[in-house]
Design a protein around this ligand. Structure first.
Ligand code: CUA
Length: 338
């Protein structure tokens, strides 16, 4: 009788422990709802391991709590417990079962990892460039944009590169993370399943502006994507040489909009000074507008606008933007300053 009673008490503690864990697991939205096939698979592995953890937690918590209650030291009893050799069957069980469970998690993970690496025969290829402190996205039309647009239900193969230091690409709703390493292109396959607007975040400490290195990923219908892409490609194919479009292309290709506001470019960044107010800033720095703009790009720490910090704007643009493009950018910014 004593044995049967203790079994039910143990089972009760196990059930309560499991219930608490289930509430903690499900009541709190630990992960965003998956927005891609890859994220769905990762989500499966997560919950598979989660459920194993819940069961093991309950099985461990039950004898622990039971022992705390029923095997407390009795008043005046200072004797040792009875010497117990052990229980071979139990030892085999608690070695074999975790071995099988952990192995099954490893197998599930390996299958998901392999599947998540498959881009099919004809993926949309986009190059993702990380630089201090912006993400830019280059499409098959060779144009570069500050926002990642992807059609729903298609394999997209991202190639990640970095212009300076280590960055890491992360869209929480896509679950996957991948480093952008200077000199070593890395890859990520994304097959979006849910339309929406998601944040793109840098998750590798990459300098003073790391926390501001954010962009947006938009998953759109195939039709909307096709329309955008056709339009964007057309706009790129007919720039007036040296004109406004050329300057805008340089602005977008270098991720300026991630940090700066410029009405003409529909840029709303708030990290660096507002480029609509360049005339005021140039006057504040007592410099002619064009020279001021050029200096601010090439040698950004020479003059810091009031309220901003040194060392946030990368100093590499002088080398990374070729001279003619730099001039187009300066002209573009000067002509749009108010
Ligand atoms: Cu780039 Cu942090």
């Amino acid at each position: 009788m004593r044995h049967r009673a203790s079994f039910w008490q143990l089972a009760l503690v196990a059930a309560v422990s499991a219930a608490v864990m289930i509430v903690v697991a499900y009541a709190i939205p630990w992960l965003p709802y998956p927005a891609s096939r890859e994220a769905g698979r990762i989500n499966f592995v997560f919950w598979y391991a989660e459920w194993i953890s819940i069961v093991i937690f309950a099985v461990v918590a039950a004898p622990l709590v039971y022992s705390l209650i029923f095997f407390r030291v009795k008043e005046g009893d200072m004797s040792d417990g009875p010497p117990v050799h052990g229980h071979t069957g139990l030892e085999i069980a608690w070695t074999a079962i975790p071995f099988l469970l952990v192995t099954s998690i490893a197998i599930a993970s390996a299958i998901v990892l392999a599947k998540n690496g498959r881009a099919g025969t004809d993926p949309l290829r986009i190059t993702v460039t990380g630089q201090q402190f912006a993400w830019t996205f280059t499409y098959p039309n060779n144009q570069t944009y500050p926002i990642l647009r992807m059609p729903v239900d298609r394999h997209v193969k991202l190639t990640l590169v970095s212009k300076d230091v280590l960055h890491s690409f992360w869209v929480p709703e896509l679950y996957q993370k991948q480093d952008a390493v200077p000199g070593l292109p890395t890859h990520l396959v994304v097959s979006p399943t849910r339309m929406g607007v998601y944040p793109v975040i840098c998750v590798e400490l990459c300098g003073l502006g790391h926390s501001t290195m954010r962009s947006t990923a938009i998953v759109m219908s195939q039709n909307a994507y096709d329309a955008w892409y056709a339009n964007a490609t057309k706009a790129a194919s007919q720039p007036a040489p040296g004109g406004a479009n050329a300057g805008l292309a340089v602005f977008n290709a270098n991720g300026c909009s991630a940090c700066h506001t410029l009405t003409a470019a529909h840029a709303t960044g708030k990290v660096g000074p507002d480029l609509d107010k360049l005339k005021q800033e140039a006057a504040g720095a007592h410099q002619p507008l064009d020279a001021f703009i050029k200096q601010s790009i090439v040698d950004p720490n020479a003059y810091i606008a009031p309220g901003y910090q040194k060392g946030v704007m990368p100093e590499s643009f002088g080398q990374s933007i070729p001279a003619p493009k730099l001039d187009q950018l300066v002209q573009y910014l000067a002509s749009n300053a108010k």
